[in-house]
Each structure stands twice: as structure tokens, then as C-alpha cells.
Ligand binder design. Structure first.
Ligand code: SF4
Ligand code: ZN
Length: 301
């Protein structure tokens, strides 16, 4: 059996790009160091920050909370509040909410659950009747709003999400496939359309390494998959990109690099409407009405 590149223990994890082998201890160190340097290089966390962490209870946000909880003692006066958004998806969300409650109790982290039902008057399943194919679009718009409401309610200065390298690469490809240049440029420029800054400390961490980190740290849980995943373009893009990454290592990182270059080349260019206020709710948006208000109208609410 091949040994760890850093000690005499047997290797339990292989990392590509560059090709390295690690024992459990050195993999955990490597993993947490990369998250710490992602945070440092982008100046994501400052002394005194109160961070709202979007904790779905799934693997990405679970790993993010574990890493931030480990790193937190090194930061001056930084607090984390975990927020779980319960969209109201039967047979799926209850289990992940339970996992989130257990994890935060174990770590001694403040935790709150915010429901679509309380904020928007109904759960996602009911809102989607007859328009299930739009599930992820509707869910994404409302979840973003729910997180912003929760962040404001609990006095957050930053919103941290568990988006990983695979998610980020998928988004670049999806925006390209949809021909959505304004969004691609907005993402590339890390333009903030919310009042509270969003940070993604796992954005350079591959999904596979998150799974290894959770297994090594006894935090891996098999949870149900969202029933609406089958309608999502993301699910197809994910399959295609995983195959490409396997056959051509570095594909995902190259997509992220492309996004950064687009951001640099388009810096200052007016590719989308300037940010203004929604005429109904006052939220920042690029049209007369924000996405949430438009959605409310189309849902007849
Ligand atoms: Fe929401 Fe779509 Fe994710 Fe399900 S798969 S939780 S509907 S975004
Ligand atoms: Zn609005």
C-alpha cells in the first residue's frame, strides 16, 4: 500500500492536481489549509465579522461548518450563526434539517431554521404545483431571499455558503449554455447584488475531497436527494463535467480560470442593467421589479 507523502502512515486519500497521497491527519491538514488560504487570499473574513452560514445539512455546508469551527479560534472576535432554510420539500428536507440541528448542537454553534412557509406563505411543494419543471429556479430565488432575511434578522456581516469547485465550474458552463453573459460577468466580477457580502470558502475545493474530508472526520451521512433534481439542468451538467474532469484533470479549474479572465476583460463594461431598487420591496435588482416580486406575481400571490 502506498504511504502518505508527508509521513510513514498508509495513505487513505489521493488528491489530483498536483498528484498527492495523504494519511487521514495530513489530508485533513491539507484540506483545511486550502480553505484557510482561500479565505485569506480573498480577504473573506475580518475581525468582528458575524457570519451567517447557510447550513442545509448536506455534505458541502456540513464540511464548511466543520472547517470554519476548527479555524474560528484563530480569528479575532468572529462569530458564526448557522441558518437552515426549510423550503418544505416532502421526503427530503426533514432529514437534512435534523442533521443540521444535530451537528450544530454537537459543535455548540447557534442555529436557526427559517421556513418558506413562514416567509412566503406556503411550502415549495405547494408553490410548485403545475410548474415542477421550474423547481430549481423558483427554489433558488426564494432561498436567496430567505437567506438575506435571516442574515439581516441575526445581524450578519457576511453570508457564507458551501459552494465548491464543482458547483462553481458547473455555473460557468450553465451560464454559457444559457447564453447568460450578464450573469457570467456578474459572477466573474463577484458583483454583490445583496446588501450583505457573500463568501464561498470552499470555492477551490473539489466535491470529491469534501466527501473524503467528511468520511475521515466521521461526518459522512447518506441523505435523500431532492426529488426535483431530475428537472435540473445542473444535474446533467454535473454528469458531463465529472466525466470530463476524470478524463482531462484540470477541466473544472480551467473553467474557473476562464470565468476570472472574462471578469478581467469585461471590468467596467456595461453588460447588464445597473443595480437599482425594486419598486415594490426596495431590494437591490437590475429591473423595475426584483426576481422575488416578479415570482410572487406569477404565482398569483
Ligand atoms: Fe431546490 Fe432544486 Fe436544490 Fe431541490 S434540487 S433543493 S428544488 S435548488
Ligand atoms: Zn421586490
Amino acid at each position: 500500500m502506498r504511504g502518505c507523502d508527508c509521513c510513514d502512515e498508509p495513505a487513505v486519500a489521493r488528491v489530483r492536481e498536483p498528484d498527492r497521497h495523504f494519511c487521514a491527519t495530513h489530508f485533513t491538514g491539507f484540506f483545511e489549509d486550502r480553505v484557510a488560504s482561500t479565505i485569506r487570499n480573498d480577504d473573506m473574513i475580518k475581525p468582528g465579522d458575524r457570519i451567517t452560514l447557510a447550513l442545509s445539512g448536506g455534505k458541502d455546508s456540513t464540511a464548511l461548518l466543520l472547517v470554519l469551527a476548527h479555524l474560528m479560534p484563530a480569528w479575532e472576535n468572529v462569530r458564526i450563526v448557522a441558518i437552515t432554510i426549510d423550503e418544505g420539500i416532502a421526503g427530503y428536507r426533514d432529514e437534512t434539517v435534523r442533521a443540521a440541528v444535530e451537528l450544530t448542537a454537537d459543535l455548540g454553534i447557534e442555529h436557526h431554521t427559517v421556513t418558506f412557509h413562514d416567509l412566503f406563505g406556503d411550502n415549495l411543494d405547494t408553490l410548485l404545483v403545475g410548474r415542477e419543471r421550474e423547481a430549481c429556479t423558483v427554489c433558488g430565488i426564494l432561498r436567496k431571499k430567505a437567506l438575506a432575511v435571516a442574515a439581516e434578522r441575526y445581524g450578519a456581516t457576511k453570508i457564507a455558503t458551501g459552494h465548491n469547485l464543482d458547483d462553481e465550474a458547473q455555473s460557468v458552463l450553465m451560464n454559457t449554455l444559457r447564453g447568460d453573459l450578464p450573469r457570467l460577468v456578474r459572477d466573474a466580477a463577484q458583483e454583490n447584488t445583496c446588501f450583505i457580502q457573500r463568501i464561498k470558502p470552499l470555492s477551490l475545493t473539489p466535491e470529491k475531497e469534501i466527501a473524503i474530508y467528511l468520511m475521515i472526520n466521521n461526518a459522512w451521512k447518506v441523505l435523500p436527494e431532492c426529488p426535483y433534481t431530475r428537472f435540473a439542468l445542473r444535474a446533467e451538467v454535473r454528469g458531463i463535467l465529472s466525466k470530463l474532469e476524470y478524463r482531462h484533470p484540470g477541466t473544472m479549474t480551467n473553467l474557473i480560470e476562464t470565468k476570472k479572465k472574462i471578469g478581467r476583460y469585461c471590468a467596467g463594461a456595461q453588460v447588464s442593467e445597473p443595480i437599482r431598487r425594486c419598486r415594490e420591496c426596495g431590494d437591490p435588482c437590475s429591473a423595475a421589479l426584483c426576481q422575488v416580486c416578479r415570482l410572487r406575481h406569477s404565482l398569483g400571490r
